[in-house]
Design a protein around this ligand. Structure first.
Ligand code: GLN
Length: 188
């Protein structure tokens, strides 16, 4: 199985390493023609405005949206979560806009720019997941069929909507591979 990792900007190499640790080939995606033959796509953390602009420039936004609307699995982390959300508070930046979610960027404020916390994520089992948040967004509101898989201080930080998965944190920066495995199980 080959999984694409959008390689416009941001933490794409770390996702490829996580995939490889699970015995799956990660493929850097920079052009629409590279989307052929991959089983799913990861959109990494980085700067969502930059990644979105580059997706427009490289003609990737429409093809990825089209695939995802047809059931193609997409997993967004942090900036990737922002790009998946339908509503981005106070911003009209380019996005895929596929998830029934309203996202607030840089949501945890300056005092706690970055932090790490052990999160309860029931779909991953009993052991908490050590989650790294870096200038992270959170989701203020979702509508079905989107469902919250994890919350931190009443804010939604992990969401699934059918073939779409998003985390506000960076599972690719830790050795715990359970979020990536969960995505691979979604692909089936
Ligand atoms: N603050 C960034 C944004 O909104 C996301 C940060 C990250 O991906 N670590 O695009």
């Amino acid at each position: 199985m080959r999984i694409g990792v959008l390689a416009m900007q941001g933490a794409f190499r770390e996702h490829i390493q996580s995939l490889e640790a699970l015995g799956v080939q990660g493929v850097e995606i920079r052009h629409a023609n590279q989307l052929e033959g991959i089983a799913g796509l990861i959109i990494p953390g980085g700067e969502s405005t930059t990644i979105g602009k580059l997706m427009v420039e490289f003609n990737l936004l429409e093809p990825v949206r089209h695939l995802a609307e047809g059931g193609f699995p997409v997993f967004g982390t942090c900036a990737g979560m922002v790009l998946l959300a339908r509503d981005i508070i106070g911003s009209d930046q380019p996005r895929l806009g596929l998830m029934n979610a309203r996202v607030q960027r840089n949501a945890f404020g300056r005092q706690v720019d970055s932090f790490e916390v052990d999160l309860e994520i029931p779909v991953l089992g009993e052991e908490p997941f050590h989650a790294v948040f870096i200038r992270a967004p959170y989701i203020e509101e979702i509508e079905p069929p989107a469902e919250a898989l994890a919350t931190f201080k009443d804010k939604i930080v992990m969401v699934r909507q059918g073939n779409l998965l998003a985390t506000a944190f960076h599972p690719e920066l830790t050795k715990d591979l359970r979020v990536h495995s969960y995505f691979l199980k979604m692909i089936g």
